[in-house]
Design a protein around this ligand. Sequence first.
Ligand code: ZN
Ligand code: ZN
Length: 207
Amino acid sequence: MDRRPAARQRSGSARGAGRLGEVERLAELDLHGLDLPPGGACALEVTVPIAPLQIGGQEYRAEPDAPRLSLEVVQLINGWHFRLRGRLVVVGPCWRCLEPAHPDVIVDASEVAIDGADDPEMTSLYLRGEVLEVAQWARDAVAEALPPAILCEEGCAGMCVTCGANLNAGPCACPPPASDARWSALADLAARLSTEGPREDDQARPN
Ligand SMILES: [Zn+2]
Ligand SMILES: [Zn+2]
């Protein structure tokens, strides 16, 4: 089904619009300007500027900074339904080695706004009057769609904790970590208990 014809050509009806249907760098969408009848829908191809994200004190930015997304708008009898979809790359430091990581991010977010609703599921943070804050929504949707760990590659070997060398380039010159004598004594005891059970001289007794 092609929903596009529902959006009529009206100059100036979407902020920053060249022509309705495709909008460059859309930060906010004036829904009133879409002039949709109840039940009417339209699909827009938009580029949306996405401000850099801060995660753990590091900056992650969308590439391109205004990725192309598709935005569907449905005017319900008593509100709105919105869906935002697209694919982009986010660039920022790998969590293990700090070299640039470029995870793919797939955005597929929906919002429902029902007039006068109290239920947070039925109200949208991104709807201000009849203006949809597309850029803010897209930024939050990208943040939510990030992978659970941002890595330069799945098997990133990380950095040596002693000298800071990037271990993806090969092992560093640091000696292997020495085992701690206190823990090895406990490990010996645990191994003995598991094979032999407690012995008399392991039990507490007064000297
Ligand atoms: Zn890495
Ligand atoms: Zn090292």
